[in-house]
Design a protein around this ligand. Sequence first.
Ligand code: ATP
Length: 296
Amino acid sequence: MQDVVVEVCGLTKFYRNQAVVSDVTFRIGRGEIVGLLGANGAGKSTTLRAMVGLVKPSRGQVRLFGKLLEPSLLRFVGALIERADLYPYLTAAEHIGLVSQLKGLKPTKAAMEQLLERVGLASVAHQHVRTYSYGMKQRLGLALTLVGEPELIILDEPLNGLDPEGIADTRRLITELQQEGRTVIVSSHLLAEVEQVATHLLVLHKGKLIAEGKIEQVLASYGTTTIIEAEHSAAELCALLEPVCSAVQVRSNAIRVASADVPLVVMRLANAGVRVTAVIPERSLEQFYFAATCQQ
Ligand code: ATP
């Protein structure tokens, strides 16, 4: 494994005697982009907050860069959790200056401009934040996490409220950060976006970690399905296949079968004189997500 950047061990958090995060254990290696998934209330924000000391664990511990979590480690971390607290009468440039000061840094004017350029706010750098749209505030929140070039960047739902261009820009930025050797943890409900950007997954369900690992391994471990299209009605196809495997109708002439059954399905249909017109594997994060969370 690469250098371990985050180690969470047995993390448990109780609120009013109820465990909202329960015995969660995982490791994150340097350079990974980790997608943190889970339904509303699954415990994502609580887990992320515990990683930066904003929530005190009831049990368990968090280690960053090999050391037990302590305030001095946070200068290597940039976190945007839930939403950035912004001052309406300060500009984006002033926000960067303020956060730099808090981190004990004195960035050059060029570095500040470059940072705002990176999140697409260069043209409004000197405008009061009160004139910004929601998406522009999200972009500024993102810029603030990058002050001081942190090694670990934690983004809780950074895509909320962004337009398609903002989403694509953020995806590009996350990938660039990884290419620079940094580690990014991103929680999101936009599974298709996570699928495009993440190298690893953590899936929380009702406070418990139900899946983790490299994205392709996690998806493969849950099995997949394939769509078979043919020049026959789906009902006829299902009837033909019934003795050997299960199939469900998805369109008038298309059925869904388990990918493992595809050779058998194609052979049986061919033997019955049915012309198969398309074999389309389905392996999406969305499919995996619903399968994984329904099984629990
Ligand atoms: P979402 O996708 O809606 O942001 P989440 O996965 O981030 O959800 P959390 O915010 O971690 O979920 O919340 C997990 C559970 O803990 C929820 O049931 C929430 O109501 C509860 N919770 C969170 N913070 C507190 C708190 N300060 N006091 C009491 N309960 C809390």
